[in-house]
Design a protein around this ligand. Sequence first.
Ligand code: HEM
Length: 125
Amino acid sequence: MSAYLILKHLHMTAAYLTVTLFALRLLLDAVGRPGWRQTPLRWIPHANDTVLLVAAISLLFVTPWMPFVHGWLTAKIFLLVGYIIAGVFALKTTVKTPVRVAAAVIALVQVTAIFHLAMTKPVFS
Ligand code: HEM
């Protein structure tokens, strides 16, 4: 398998895992099980997100795609920053519940937009 295919599969697997792990932590908090913070679920998402980003940056070296040249990729990077910020608020136990719920919705909308952009790669003029 080519380096491109390995990196793309790695990136996509990590992408699906990041959403699954985020949703799982939201769900555990929602059903009153905040104890996941004392389990490997505390660090596994961070390890996965590191793989996601390393594969993403590596893909830039083996594909013609360039941030700030290709709009879908630029938009993806801005949405990624938004997803990270909203995700932090959504999982913070010191933040009030309505703010956490709003942050969770915003994070999920943003990550959905990231998937949509990645899969359709629209050309912005
Ligand atoms: C949460 C963050 C991210 C998610 C969920 C995500 C998800 C995905 C998915 C699902 C694909 C495959 C789309 C397809 O062809 O079917 C993809 C492709 C790609 N991603 Fe990401 N991505 C993320 C962040 C990034 C970042 C930060 C970069 C670059 C700095 C990046 C660079 C790329 C590139 C270049 C491709 C195109 C590979 C190709 O089709 O040749 N991604 N992404």
